[in-house]
Design a protein around this ligand. Structure first.
Ligand code: HEM
Length: 467
């Protein structure tokens, strides 16, 4: 039963009862998850339907379309995925580090800063004009910077402390938090330039560097940290702490090398050297992704000691690792070819890798790990033991969304007609339905579990004979 409700090693490493994190260490993860899902359903994923539809129907939105693409990217990376990851990491950190969260009073202001920053940007960038727009955009950048400093301070002061037992996971999280501050600083520089030039759209090369740091630096470091710790715990495989530390350092070093070259190329001049550094760094990132999947051990034959009631949910984790291998293969192929040609990967290739990672790995992992470790879902498996069909439907919808979203990008310049946006719009519909369904299940379970005596009712439901 204990294992069923918490399949992750939620106790501090080696911890006895005295060392266990106290319940008040639970940061308000529900607030983070609720904000993340609200920004996803009413923001990022809604735009994932509207933006491809606008192109497929050949509506001429001009630069508004490009501004909304950037808004979609920020809402998805920092809002949906970012806040979910931050909320869950705050919940898990005290358990695996054996330390209470440093500066818990910063947790709620951090959430408010990041969420407000994203909403302000989403409104001001495409819709507002004049000094009001400039003030809101600058305010949004300042809030993100403040939120990032609060986030890094909590992570570093909790995990980079000599008493922390977070081991390699601490490395991933600390390096990811540094990347989070880096992206907020770069974002501020880009916003200041947009305001100075009165531009509606962030300059392309700088925006691409920003998106890279957010996805590869922050999100992939955190998700790799969770994958290399939680998956072996679920499957019963041994964890390799030393190899995992090497993987965390490699990923951070390759991301830093790519970001430095991309920022140099964007702000100074793009040369053959910057292109070579970018391509070589991407090859390194691809190799690290393979290492992370190997360390997670999800495809090792004996890795199937997951609790029977969690087997279907664990398919999301397997799918996420599968898509991570696909992303690694695409990245290696594109970067290898670009290196041979002396150029950099093109925008279709970047888009294919980006959405394999964001939909296939990040979204899949968020849904899968939430189904496995969020308390509401652990309780739900007792309350609704026979809803495996719905979970499989979610899984099929998300995998379908990855295929439909990435397919036109894989065709590249062979499919530039506006019809390339139809499969993307279909992908957006599948993804928003899956995320909205997932959010509704969470809300339903939360409401059900507030009722007194829900656990004994759930136990009765379990004992009822199968019709
Ligand atoms: C199936 C769901 C999704 C659809 C249909 C979709 C659609 C799109 C489209 C049409 C673009 C513009 C591509 C272009 O310039 O031609 C785009 C860009 C982007 N998307 Fe998505 N997307 C989806 C999911 C996601 C998710 C889950 C994330 C992140 C977690 C994400 C992050 C991004 C980013 C970072 C960009 C680039 C933004 C920029 O250039 O600043 N997308 N997406």
């Amino acid at each position: 039963m204990a294992h069923e409700s918490s399949p992750i090693p939620l106790r501090p490493v080696g911890g006895g009862v005295a060392q266990q994190a106290r319940p008040h260490d639970d940061a308000p993860y529900r607030l983070f998850i609720a904000t993340s899902l609200a920004l996803a359903v009413f923001g990022g994923f809604l735009l994932a339907v509207v933006l491809p539809l606008a192109q497929a129907l050949e509506l001429s939105w001009g630069t508004d379309w490009l501004a909304l693409v950037q808004v979609h990217g920020q809402l998805q990376l920092l809002g949906f995925a970012g806040l979910f990851v931050i909320g869950m990491s705050f919940r898990l950190m005290p358990r695996f580090s054996g330390r209470t969260l440093a500066s818990p009073e910063l947790v709620r202001p951090l959430l408010a800063c990041v969420a407000l920053s994203l909403v302000m940007r989403a409104i001001a960038q495409p819709w507002a004009s004049g000094t009001a727009r400039d003030a809101v955009l600058l305010g949004s950048a300042a809030l993100l910077l403040a939120g990032s400093l609060a986030f890094a301070s909590i992570i570093l002061r909790t995990l980079a402390h000599p008493a922390s037992r977070a081991e390699a996971t601490g490395w991933y999280f600390c390096l990811g938090a540094v990347a989070y501050v880096g992206q907020a600083a770069l974002n501020a520089a880009i916003i200041v330039e947009m305001v100075r030039r009165d531009g509606e759209v962030a300059p392309y090369a700088k925006d691409q560097a920003l998106v890279f740091v957010q996805l590869f630096g922050f999100l992939m470091l955190f998700l790799s940290g969770v994958a290399t710790r939680a998956i072996p715990a679920l499957t019963g495989n041994a964890r390799s702490n030393a190899a995992s530390k090497v993987a965390a350092s490699m990923l951070a070093a390759f991301v830093a090398a790519y970001a430095a070259a991309a920022i140099w190329a964007a702000y100074r001049s793009a040369t053959v050297t910057t292109a070579r550094v970018e391509d070589a760094a991407l090859l390194g990132v691809a190799a690290t992704f393979v290492t992370v999947v190997w360390l997670a051990g999800v495809f090792r034959p004996r890795a199937n000691r997951v609790a029977a009631a969690s087997q279907i949910q664990f398919h999301f984790v397997r799918a996420a690792c599968g898509w991570l291998l696909v992303a690694a293969a695409l990245l290696a192929w594109y970067a290898g070819t670009a290196l041979a040609d002396g150029g950099i990967i093109d925008s279709y290739e970047a888009d294919a890798v980006r959405h394999t990672l964001t939909v296939g790995v990040v979204t899949m992992m968020i849904v899968g790990m939430a189904l496995l470790v969020v308390p509401e879902f652990a309780g739900r498996r007792l309350q609704h033991p026979r809803e495996g069909g719905i979970v499989i439907l979610l899984l099929v919808a998300l995998n379908g969304a990855v295929v439909l979203r990435v397919w036109p990008a894989l065709r590249g310049i062979d499919w530039v007609a506006s019809s390339r946006y139809w499969p993307m719009a279909a992908a957006g519909v599948l993804a928003i339905l899956a995320i909205a369904g997932f959010a509704l299940m969470l809300v339903q379970s939360n409401l059900e579990q507030r009722r007194p005596g829900w656990a004994s009712n759930a136990a009765r439901t379990q004992r009822r004979p199968h019709p």
